[in-house]
Every structure is written in structure tokens, then in C-alpha cells.
Design a protein around this ligand. Structure first.
Ligand code: ATP
Length: 266
């Protein structure tokens, strides 16, 4: 663990969060090395969104620390992007796809040519090179989520935090978007922390899967996903090792749901 800490890009240490008397997160430590793709799963209501908001500097934890490249995160850092589940609410309907992707780039002091290059590259990475002039409401849900992903990619963050980004799309689109995330991760080398309640998705996407307990939440287990890096919806999901890993994570989550929380130590 010590070696990982030394090289961590995003480091969450001893994180705690209570809402009034309700103890949501008791003690969570997660460290991501640069270029890792890590999935976070846990029972419903265990605090996945809370954890991500604290990691993004959008919410102040009750205790513990978050650092990005060694710098404490107390507000949303410039080199971090978040993709939320509700793409419908994260895109501006009165702006075209291009303008939506461009919006956060305006904060960076870039020339127009460079800005356009980043927008083009991001839209083509998500397969929307020819839809730049469309408005979000003219696109399907899956396409709108691609726009939200393109916006994050164009921003060139060192870390992308994704909060159940595919929960609201149909199964076929979801499979396509999962493959899109793997390809973006491989192409841009971005570090990704991906939150999902879907066990299959976590195992399919992640190089590591972190299983959280029920609230008050602790890390129940960290699992290394020893599947080949080149993943494919048919062959990977038919791989006996995939089945083993998903059964293991499923059992861990069931155990987490049944386990009575330990009394607080402080
Ligand atoms: N602003 C708030 N005030 C009070 N309680 C809250 C608040 N936000 C979240 N909670 C509670 O904290 C716990 C964790 O919520 P959170 O949304 O982080 O969980 P989650 O794991 O993302 O849930 P899900 O899997 O259902 O999306 C839940 O019990 C929730 O009811």
C-alpha cells in the first residue's frame, strides 16, 4: 500500500462524511495511480455519490483528506472533470453540441484554433464528429451522454470522475458507451474513477474494483481485475474469469448488505 501511496495521483485518505446525525461514510481510503481506471461499486445508498462529490471538491468531507497530485482538494480542481448520470441536466439546451463542449475550455487561455482542434478531437473520439451543429434535444439519450463525455475529454483533465454515467440509457447503448470509455481511457491515458451500482459494468470496465460496504461506509474489498486489457462485450463477458470475478463481487455486496455496521470507534 505504501508504494501505491507514493505514486498516487488522486488520493482519498480516511474520508468521513455525516449528514447531521446520519453517518454516511465512516472511513474510506482510495488511491489512484496516474492512468488507472478504477471502478467503485457498493449497495444503493452507501455513499458513492457523496464520495465522488468530496473527491471533486464539490462537497466538504467531515474528516479525512483528498489530494490531487499532492495538493489538497478544497474546491473543484482545474485538471479534474466530472461526468454525472443526468446528462439531460448537464447540457445546455440552447447551445449546440460544439458550444456545449467548448464551454469549459473558455476557462483555459487557448487560441481559437487550439480550442477548435480539441473540440474536433473530442467529438470524433465519441463518434459525434458530424453532429457538432445539432442541439442536445435533437439527440438520443446515449448521444447526449457522449456529448457530456466529449466535453470532459476536450478539457484534457488528468482525472475524470464518473458518477453512474450510463444508468439512464438502454442496455445496448450502455454496452457501446462502456467500450467508448475503455477506448478513451486507452487513447488519452486519463485517470478514471468510475462509480456504478452495476457489478458486471464494474468488472468489465475496471482494472481494479473497489467494493464499498453499506453505510456507515468503509472499503469492503479491493479486487484486481486480471482480465486482458483488450476487452470485448462478447468474449470478455463469456470468459470464465469474468464470471468468477462478478460472482465474487456480487457475494461481497450481498455480505455488505447483511453485515450490521460496527459501532463507531470515536
Ligand atoms: N444532502 C443530504 N442530506 C442528508 N442525507 C443525505 C444527503 N445526501 C445523501 N444523503 C444520504 O447519504 C447516504 C449516501 O447517499 P449517496 O447518494 O452518496 O449514496 P449512493 O451510494 O450514491 O446511492 P445510490 O446507489 O442510490 O445512487 C444515503 O443514505 C443518502 O440518503
Amino acid at each position: 500500500m505504501a508504494a501505491q501511496t507514493e505514486t498516487a495521483l488522486l488520493e482519498i485518505t480516511g474520508l468521513r462524511k455525516s449528514y447531521g446525525d446520519f453517518e454516511a461514510i465512516r472511513d474510506v481510503s482510495v488511491a489512484l495511480a496516474a492512468g488507472e481506471l478504477v471502478c467503485l461499486v457498493g449497495p444503493s445508498g452507501c455513499g458513492k455519490t457523496t464520495l465522488l462529490k468530496c473527491a471533486a471538491g464539490l462537497m466538504r468531507p467531515s474528516g479525512g483528506t483528498v489530494t490531487l497530485s499532492g495538493t489538497p482538494v478544497t474546491a473543484p480542481p482545474a485538471d479534474l472533470a466530472v461526468v454525472f448520470q443526468e446528462y439531460g441536466r448537464s447540457l445546455f439546451p440552447w447551445l449546440t453540441v460544439r458550444r456545449n463542449v467548448e464551454l469549459p475550455l473558455k476557462e483555459k487561455k487557448l487560441g481559437r484554433a487550439e480550442r477548435n482542434r480539441l473540440i474536433d478531437e473530442a467529438l470524433s473520439a465519441v463518434g459525434l464528429a458530424d453532429r457538432g451543429d445539432a442541439y442536445p434535444w435533437q439527440l438520443s439519450g446515449g448521444m447526449q451522454q457522449r456529448v457530456a463525455i466529449a466535453r470532459a475529454v476536450a478539457y484534457q483533465p488528468s482525472v475524470m470522475l464518473m458518477d453512474e454515467p450510463f444508468a439512464a440509457v438502454d442496455a445496448q447503448t450502455r454496452a457501446d458507451l462502456e467500450d467508448l470509455i475503455r477506448s478513451i481511457w486507452q487513447k488519452f491515458g486519463v485517470t478514471i474513477l468510475f462509480v456504478t451500482h452495476d457489478i458486471d459494468e464494474a468488472v468489465y470496465l475496471g482494472e481494479r474494483v473497489i467494493v464499498l460496504s453499506s453505510a456507515p461506509t468503509v472499503v469492503q474489498e479491493t479486487l484486481s481485475v486480471d482480465l486482458p486489457a483488450a476487452r470485448d462485450q462478447l468474449t470478455t463477458r463469456a470468459d470464465p474469469r469474468f464470471t468468477e470475478l462478478r460472482a465474487h463481487v456480487y457475494a461481497e455486496i450481498q455480505a455488505a448488505k447483511k453485515r450490521a455496521p460496527a459501532p463507531a470507534t470515536d
